[in-house]
Design a protein around this ligand. Structure first.
Ligand SMILES: CC(C)(COP(=O)(O)OP(=O)(O)OC[C@H]1O[C@@H](n2cnc3c(N)ncnc32)[C@H](O)[C@@H]1OP(=O)(O)O)[C@@H](O)C(=O)NCCC(=O)NCCS
Length: 197
């Protein structure tokens, strides 16, 4: 059976992380949940420093503290996706974006992996005392909002978002309730050591 864990980025994934971003660029895909790795494509070391800084940022109107992880498939030690978890929300993020951004590499999509990514992400949220996760998605990105629904997300709002000019859907996920409700489905896919460095 395939097993997955979240890994804090370190130097050991430098080349692989580069290829992960290149795969998105080649297929013309959006890149989400990467903690801006795509903007540091030629400066992985700088990106690692940025991630360290992100962890303990003082929240302001622009930035909040956040954690970024690779989703690793243990069987072949491969980066499958990424997830970025904001530990607190500022006014902007409480309206747009929410607690979590995520992505799966184009060649591995449609296999249920983002649901595992979000399940692990919710465990991180739980560890950090986040009771209700707020997330949003474009209505025309069903792979994203169906992931939320698969983990117990409740649609609380649908509206036209002026900044990006998109129909948007907002979701709330009760973290503890969802982890309990879906553990039998997702736990079998989780590695023994679920968060690694
Ligand atoms: C959104 C994204 C992370 C989904 O990853 P994924 O691994 O393909 O998703 P999963 O296979 O776990 O599927 C999650 C749900 O979406 C559904 N789904 C997957 N691809 C779909 C598609 N192309 N169209 C409609 N539904 C889709 C699945 O059936 C599943 O729902 P279900 O449990 O009701 O069957 C991936 O498409 C991606 O990285 N997109 C680019 C970045 C992005 O848009 N991120 C989200 C914004 S923050």
């Amino acid at each position: 059976m395939e097993k997955f864990y979240l890994e804090e980025p370190t130097m050991k994934r430098k080349q692989e992380a580069y290829l992960y971003i290149c795969e998105h660029i080649k297929s013309g895909s959006n890149i989400n949940g990467s903690g801006s790795l795509d903007k540091y494509i030629d400066n992985y070391e700088g990106w690692l420093k940025k991630l360290e800084h992100d962890k303990t940022r003082i929240p302001d109107e622009y930035k909040v503290p956040s954690l970024t992880y690779f989703l690793i498939r243990e069987n072949d030690d491969k980066i499958i996706g990424m997830i970025n978890i904001r530990l607190t929300l500022n006014e902007f993020l409480s309206k747009y974006g929410g607690h979590i951004g995520y992505g799966i590499r184009p060649s591995e999509r449609g296999k249920g992996y983002n649901k595992i990514n979000l399940y692990l992400g919710l465990q991180v949220c739980d560890k950090h005392g986040i009771d209700v996760v707020f997330m949003d998605a474009d209505l025309d990105n069903p792979a994203s909002w169906k992931t939320m629904e698969a983990l117990g997300g409740v649609r609380v709002r649908q509206y036209f978002e002026e900044i990006d000019q998109t129909e948007t859907v907002d979701y709330n996920i009760n973290v503890k309730e969802s982890l309990e409700k879906y553990k039998d489905i997702y736990e079998p896919y989780i590695s023994e050591e679920r968060i690694r460095r």
